[in-house]
Design a protein around this ligand. Structure first.
Ligand code: UDP
Ligand code: MG
Length: 321
């Protein structure tokens, strides 16, 4: 039977923690009764350096339900992505299946069953995808959607309308642990792992209690992190711009020479100045872009990402003795 670990990052979630714990314990009980997961399945609350009573509430819950509620306390606030990573790394060797979910009950906990079903059908990664964003404000919807579009333009593979509500199998967690890069953007990394994946769809609800811990500033930082951790396309844009401007300076050269020698409409000294400004500007962009290409390559190398992840090897066992 498969042991499920539900990983929940929590930052100042005292208002909602009790509710979360109850809802998730309900899910565990239900799935155990249906024989879909083993009875030693658990919820791992990760306290991301909360300044309120979150950790003492986790301790209380653990005391009341020691078999079902586990806790992990980070020494300081490191942010959602790292808190979740810490949780996933910690449970990797304690479970067969992990599900990550936010503490605020915005993601539909009843969908976890659907995720586990997909796992039993052979999926290693199951993404929770929001059907619509009815409950989000227009602003949040607009910024989030522009973000997914920009990511796609920049060549970063992400799952549209999927946040960090997902199931990962034990071997997917193991593969994930091979990514040692410092700047972690989980939604970009997980699709790199491979294996059979699927999506389950749900309606995202309002926060059960408390306020969002993702103000605009953190959202922009996440967006920039996502792009700059996965794509060197901005550097390509500089290089392309350099080429375009050098090409235009060629046209400018023709135009200036014609003005100087054919139509003879010109101001003394203007021809050389005009051409130099365009040509040198283009040349500089070109040079910066070129240097950038090497910086980009170094960046990719420094990450030391796994280049492949082997799923299966077929060999002839009988040849061994
Ligand atoms: N969170 C965290 N560390 C932080 C900020 C947020 O662990 O520094 C957790 C938070 O407790 C919640 C999840 O990340 O479980 C998502 O945050 P939130 O619901 O505030 O974001 P939103 O849904 O508004 O985008
Ligand atoms: Mg939320």
């Amino acid at each position: 039977m498969d042991r499920l670990a539900i990983v929940v990052p929590c930052y100042n979630e005292e208002e909602v923690l009790g509710m979360s714990s109850e809802a998730l314990r309900g899910v565990l009980d239900d799935l155990v009764n249906k024989g879909k997961i083993s009875p030693d399945s658990f919820v791992m609350f990760v306290n991301d350096g909360s300044a309120d009573k979150t950790w003492s509430l986790i301790e209380e819950e653990h005391e009341k339900y020691p078999a079902q509620i586990y806790g992990l306390k980070l020494a300081r606030n490191v942010g959602h992505q790292y808190a979740l990573t810490a949780g996933l790394h910690t449970v990797a060797d304690m479970c067969d299946i992990s599900v990550s979910i936010d503490a605020d009950l915005q993601d539909d906990v009843s969908v976890i069953e659907g995720m586990v079903d997909k796992y039993h059908e052979g999926c290693d990664i199951v993404y929770g995808v929001r059907k619509e964003r009815k409950t989000d404000t227009f602003f949040k919807r607009f910024t989030a959607q522009s973000f997914y579009k920009l990511m796609a333009h920049m060549g970063v593979k992400t799952v549209y309308n999927h946040a960090d509500f997902r199931l990962m199998s034990h071997r997917a967690l193991k593969a994930f642990a091979e990514y040692h890069e410092y700047n972690l953007f989980l939604r970009g990394i997980v699709p790199l792992i491979g294996y059979k994946t699927e999506c389950v769809y749900y309606d995202r609800k309002e926060r059960a209690a408390g306020v969002s811990k993702y103000p605009l500033k953190k959202m922009l930082a996440l967006a920039f992190d996502g792009i700059s951790s996965f794509s060197t396309r901005p550097i390509d844009l500089i290089l392309t711009l350099g080429f375009v401007i050098v090409f235009l300076s060629g046209l400018a050269l023709i135009y200036a020479l014609v003005s100087r020698f054919v139509t003879k409409v010109y101001v003394e000294g203007w021809t050389s100045l005009f051409i130099s400004v365009w040509f040198l500007g283009g040349l500089q962009l070109l040079a910066i872009g070129l240097v950038g290409k090497y910086v980009g390559k170094t960046y990719i190398e420094v990450k030391h990402r796994p280049r492949y992840n082997i799923e299966k090897v077929l060999t002839d066992d009988s040849s061994e003795d």
